[in-house]
Design a protein around this ligand. Structure first.
Ligand code: ZN
Length: 497
């Protein structure tokens, strides 16, 4: 093996190893760590992050990547791994070490202040932190450079290659369709009563259902585990250790059902990357839009479909025999798809969800286009909710303070939620044509779907960019029409309009 490749492999594996233990610590913190264990973990994490930074950003690696650029005849997979780590190197080396660690410290504090502000509804305490975070990100954009629009620099961090031009076209189309459709549903749609899922269901039963669902979706429990956390998430330490969490509410059974399905969709991606990627940084799904397309495909296109309720309703009957007569598949299907314009994104239905994302996208774009006073933002937020969803927050806890993302410096992240849903519909259209998606879901035979996704997307890990994966899997570039048609058809049918 070429010496440069050997040197690269060692770097890749070392970085992944550091990352492995930092992630493991994050999982531990979110699931079982004692309440007062934060301080020392904070010290350990900041020391490890510094080691990670120094291991990644140094003159030796600069030279290594320059030499690798000149090397010819590298196989595709190795090249993909090199490009991924090089991207990390470039991104991280943009910012001088002292600014980088200062910013990390700012985020830790901002996060704590945001939590209190969210609790009390007092935006003014969080605003100065948000202002600093925005200023840092504006500086970062200048360091990174951009084409056409400053926000492109941020979008690209979460969904490589994604641009404002593409997002604008996507969201404009969505807005033009969903806003009037929502109005039509509210004014003329059939009234769907909620009387199945607003009852209490014991958590033991919910756990059983979650386990059954993971099996039906082909999640490998020998290479994964399900735990509980406040906010559900997926963590991939390696393809052989992909963990998910969920949260149970006795009075909201759909919450644990759909968060388990959602996270399983993420996990299937990470469990099924190619073995050839070994223990490398690129051996997992890395781009957020594509990742979200896997979770949303399982949650929505499968989990919230009429066909899947044919599989799910009998499981509920069996788990809660005393309430068996409630679980009529068609009624469950409709009740699990009730559309209600609400203020809180994470509780939104599939139709209005995209509007919640749209609000954030438009505000973020504005933040990075002009000199904005952070005290203007709550009003901007509330006005947009009123315009698109027809309801107005009465306090900032149910408005601008609801999401953790900005406190964590994640600008450019939100659009990937809506993009993921849209990509998913594009794959489904292709699978319908090639393997009969709907029939497979109706039979509960989901393995061919998982295999199709593995073949077209999962196996590449992070070695290919989103646009390439979409073209490779569906034969065409990203096309939002599939998503828009899907929503239109589904909700007109459910609401009889
Ligand atoms: Zn997700």
């Amino acid at each position: 093996m070429n010496d440069l490749i050997k040197q690269f492999n060692d770097l890749d594996e070392t970085l992944k190893s550091l990352w492995f233990f930092m992630e493991l610590s994050n999982f531990d913190e979110a699931t079982i760590a004692p309440k007062n264990s934060g301080k020392e973990r904070g010290i350990a994490m900041s020391k490890l992050s510094k080691i990670y930074y120094e291991k990644l950003v140094n003159d030796e690696n600069k030279k290594l990547f320059e030499e690798l650029d000149k090397l010819t005849g590298i196989d595709e997979l190795t090249l993909g791994r090199i490009n991924f780590v090089k991207r990390e190197y470039q991104k991280t080396s943009l910012v001088p070490m002292d600014e980088y660690s200062q910013y990390a410290g700012l985020l830790v504090n901002a996060n704590a202040v945001w939590e209190d502000a969210k609790e009390s509804g007092d935006y003014s305490t969080f605003a100065p932190y948000l202002d600093k975070i925005i200023k840092y990100n504006k500086k970062y954009i200048e360091y990174k450079g951009y084409k056409d629009h400053p926000y492109n620099a941020l979008l690209d961090d979460y969904e490589a290659g994604m641009t404002v031009a593409q997002c604008d076209a996507f969201f404009e189309k969505l807005k033009a369709k969903i806003v009037p459709l929502l109005k039509e549903i509210t004014e003329k749609g059939e009234k769907i009563e909620a009387n199945i899922f607003n009852k209490n269901y014991d958590i033991k039963g919910q756990e059983k259902i979650g386990n059954k669902l993971m099996q039906i979706l082909n999640y490998d429990l020998n290479r994964g585990i399900l735990k509980e956390s406040v906010h559900p998430f997926t963590m991939s330490l390696s393809k052989n250790d992909v963990r998910i969490t969920t949260h149970y509410y006795e009075d909201n059974i759909l919450s644990s059902i759909y968060s388990t399905i959602h996270e399983t969709g993420h996990a299937l991606y990470d469990q099924n990357v190619s073995d050839e990627l070994g223990f490398s940084l690129a051996a997992a799904g890395a781009y957020m839009g594509i990742h979200e397309s896997q979770s949303r495909l399982h949650e929505n296109n499968i989990g919230r479909s009429r066909e899947f309720w044919g599989i799910l309703a009998p499981i509920l009957k069996e788990t809660y025999p005393e309430s068996a007569e409630r679980f009529d598949p068609e009624k469950c299907y409709k009740e699990s798809n009730i559309v209600t314009p609400s203020l809180i994104r994470i509780e939104a239905d599939e139709l209005t969800y995209a509007l919640h994302v749209l609000v954030r996208y438009e505000i973020e774009k504005e933040i990075f286009t002009r000199d904005i006073d952070v005290m203007e933002l709550p009003k901007l937020w509330n006005d947009k909710y009123e315009e698109y969803l027809g309801i107005r927050p009465t306090n900032d806890s149910e408005g601008i303070l609801q999401d953790i993302h900005w406190a964590g410096g994640s600008f450019g992240y939100f659009p990937t939620y809506a993009l993921g849903s849209a990509y998913a519909c594009q794959y489904v259209a292709k699978m319908e044509e090639k393997i009969g998606f709907t029939t497979l879901v109706a039979k509960g035979d989901l393995l061919p779907i998982r295999e199709w996704l593995t073949e077209k997307i999962h196996k590449y890990g992070a070695t290919k960019k989103p646009a390439w994966l979409i073209k490779n899997s569906t034969g065409e570039d990203f096309n939002p029409d599939y998503f828009i048609d899907y929503l239109d058809k589904k909700y007109r049918d459910i609401y009889g309009i």
